[in-house]
Structures are given as structure tokens and as C-alpha cells.
Ligand binder design. Sequence first.
Ligand code: NAD
Length: 513
Amino acid sequence: MATVAPQIQPFTARQFEKPEKFLDFCENNGRPLAGIIGGRDVMGSMNVTYDTTDPGSLEVLASVCEMGQAEVGLAVDEAQAAFASWGKTSVEERCKLVMKLVELCERDRDVFLACEIFDGGKVSELAEGDFTQIRACAEYFCDVAKKAEMGEGPAMQVAAGMKGFTYREPWGVVAGIIPWNYPVVLNSWFIFPALLAGNCVLLKPAEDTPLSALYTGKLAEEAGFPPGVFNVLPGRGEITGQFIAEHPGVRYISFTGSPGVGQAIMRTCDAHGTRMKREMGGNGAAIVLGDADPGVVARQIGRYTNQHFGQTCCTVHRIFVDQKIADDFADAQRDFFENLQIGYQADAGTQLGAVVNSTQYSRIQRAQQETLARGGQAVLPGGVAEVADRTGYYLKPALFRTEPGVDCNPLEVFHTYATICPVSSEEQAVVLANSSPYGLGASVWTRDTERGVQIAKQFRDGTCQVNCHNSIAYGLPYGGQGISGGPGGGVNCEETFYDYTQVKAVYVGDYPE
Ligand code: NAD
């Protein structure tokens, strides 16, 4: 029997109005928002602008200049020039500037919330949580940077008359290519470790959500970062992103996005030796053991599945439930999904808002239909949702039942969407959970946490969880296995900091007499 757990609520919006400062920033005195290169506003030689819109109303928020090949080249030149001195600044000086930037972000908290809510389409509860990551991330990496072993390592005698040591230094010019779903968080995860390690950065936001990166670029100038240390290059992936990947002066790229794009960028980078790390999509699994309360766990998993309306890389989309409780679990999950309040993301009470753009809107509908075509049984079929007085990319949640051997959910769908599959044993559940090519996050739900840990360790995922999901903590790596990630040590841990450095071996022989 399922127990109802009303205290476990979906992420919910409070009423949020656009602050004046955000409106002024977007309006920009009637000019499109420019890229930020070498401390200057750069409109771009291609003369191309694009609009960034609110997905819940289709209102144009701002017009943005696209950066082309010339601007990428200019940014690399400016960053290389700035690196000559930035690379030699003390860790204390870098930490001071980073924390100054954090203070300015906190001064303008409402602008960042507006960016997440209107440009990104997020509900306030989630946007507010995301905002706290700016300080948390900066403080964590300041601590790591202060303890990091840069420069010369201990010398060793490698042969008679010859010693050797390691030399660790920043790469120089590094680029962060960021997706649209968590811009404030993912900008922070890139810029703070990269800058603190002594690199100059090119930040390339997603075309759908450029505003927070551009605003952060302005604040970085105000904080006093030397020109060229912090550059922001808005534009489409296949234009601006591609030119960044093709530029041999970019020594390292941190990419977050879809596996297909990450694989293509890696091939481009490999042609000229640019190193990269990749954090990519997932199709997260949850295993629910027979001792779990189906009502409580269905609600908790529902909250995660619906986090940012399912547009969260590591969240749950495939659920494997002990067959004894599968019916109760499916009923409770259906109730949770059905009762989500669909609406405009800045209206009080909204729990499921519009998806980010028309491409996703069509893709998700196709995926819902494909699930049926591949043998899934619709509990809630999804489809288009109507929201009074709003035009936007609104969709209903989708829930399907399936069975072992029916492969109806092979790809990341990126909406409030899940399949429920009854299983006859834990072993079967683990095999099915691991049968995906993705490997970002998985969880197991049980009152027996020791048993849970034994199962969690068998997941072929970067993040393995017991009685929780979408978990992130500074100090623990957040990365993917399979097509979800690598190379690189994941984000948010010491190894992340070292990813932004290169290490060389230096050999010193006695002068031959
Ligand atoms: P995407 O791969 O389409 O785009 C990501 C970024 O790459 C954007 O800035 C885009 O402009 C750029 N890009 C696109 N084509 C490019 C090219 N040819 N060269 C260089 N850059 C290019 O992904 P998206 O739709 O923006 O984001 C959603 C995806 O991101 C999902 O798969 C999601 O799971 C994943 N994601 C992963 C994590 C993680 O930490 N693992 C976090 C957030 C999102």
C-alpha cells in the first residue's frame, strides 16, 4: 500500500517580476548586447544578431550579437596577451578578484534570478537554489587553489648527473562551452576553477540563454579583472562554438552539452591537439526495492524527474520497480505527474513550465510517440498543454509502463517523462539500469541503506545514489561514464582544478665536461 507524502512537493514558482536593472540591461539603450572581448564591447564583424526569448511567453527579451571567426581570433589574441601577466598573479590576488565578482553577483541577485527565470524558463525555487552555487563554487575552488601544488614538484635523481621534476602550470587560454539548462551554475563551474588556476577564459553561452554570461562578463570588468582575462562570446554552436573548437590557440575546452555535439567537438579539437573535458547528457535510472514505500518514493522521484521540467542532465527517466509494488508505485507516480500545475514559470504556483525552444518542443513530442511505437504503454501520453493567456512551448508530463526486454526509452528525452518497468530481482534491475549507453546518475531506493550501497556501487554511472538523486556536492566528482562524459575528472572536485592545468616533466643534466 502506498502512503501519501504531501510534504514532498514539486519545485514551485513564486510570482516574479522583471527588475528594472534586468530590463535596462536587456534594453541596452536600443543596441544589441555585444560580446565582451579584451574588456571592450564587440558587436561582431559578421553583423549578425539573434533574439533571446522567454520560452513561456515567446517575448523577445534582448537582441544579441553573434561572434564570428574574427572575434574568436581576437578573443584568443587578447586572452593570450592578458595571460602573460594573469598567469603570474598570486593565488591570493585571483581569489580576491573572484570573491569580488561573487559579491557583485550577490548585489545583483535579482538580475541573475531574472536571467534564469525569463531567459532560461525556470521556476523561482530552482533559480534561487542555482544562484547559491555561485558563492559555493567560488569558495570551494578558492580553497582548492590555495592548497594546489602548482609550479615545480619535488626533484628526483633520475640518473647519474641528472635530476627531474614536474612543472605544473595553467594552460593559458581555455574555453567553456555551456548548455542552456543551468547557465548560472554551469558558468560558475567553468569560470571559477579555470580562472583560479591562472587561465584566461572564453565563455561561450548557449544561444538560448546568453544573458547571465553576458551580465557576469560586465560584472567581471567592474570587479577589476584585467582586460582579456574574462571574455564572453555569444553565438550559435555551429558558428561561434565551432570557431572556438577550431582555433589552435585555445589550449583547453570544457564542454557541457549533448553527447553528439561533444563527440564532434572532440574530433575537431583532436585535429590540432586542443585538450578537452566533456560533461554530457544522461538517461538516469532509479531502482525501487520491494521494502520501499511506493507512495513516498514515487513522490520523491517525481520531484527529481520534474526538476526544471525534466531538463536536468542527471535526472530520472527510467524506473525499475520491484514487481510486488509496481502497480502502487505507478499509481502514485501518475498522481504526482497529473497534479503538476502547468503554467507560466514566473506565475505563483507553477510547477511545470514551458520547455526551452521549438526544437525541444518537437523533439519531446516525437520521443513520446516513439515510446508508444516501441512498445511502451501510456499511463499519461504527454502531448501539448494549453496555458491560458500564454503562448509558449508547453507540454504535458508523460509516463509509460514497460517490461523487461522492451527497449522503449533509449534516448535522453529531457522533459517530465519516465518509463516504469517491473522487475523480479535486484540483479535484473541492475542489468537493466546499466543497459543504457549513458552513465551520468542512477539511484536505488530502499529502507536497507547497506543493501542500497552494495547496489549503488554496481551502477555504471558517474554518480551513484541511495535514497536521493540529482545529488551534487563540492569535493565529490560530478562526471559521466559511457557517452555521458570524459575525458576529465568530472566537475566540482580537486581533479577539476587540475584539469585546468598542464603538467610537464623537466629533466636537468649536469653540463657534459
Ligand atoms: P548542445 O550540445 O546542443 O549545446 C551545448 C553547447 O554547445 C551550446 O553552447 C552550443 O551552442 C554549443 N555547440 C553546439 N554545436 C557546436 C559545435 N559544432 N561546436 C562547438 N559548440 C557547439 O546541448 P544543449 O541542448 O544546449 O544542452 C542540453 C544537453 O546538455 C543535454 O544533453 C544535457 O543532458 C546536457 N547537460 C549535461 C550536463 C552535465 O553536467 N553532464 C549539465 C547540463 C546539461
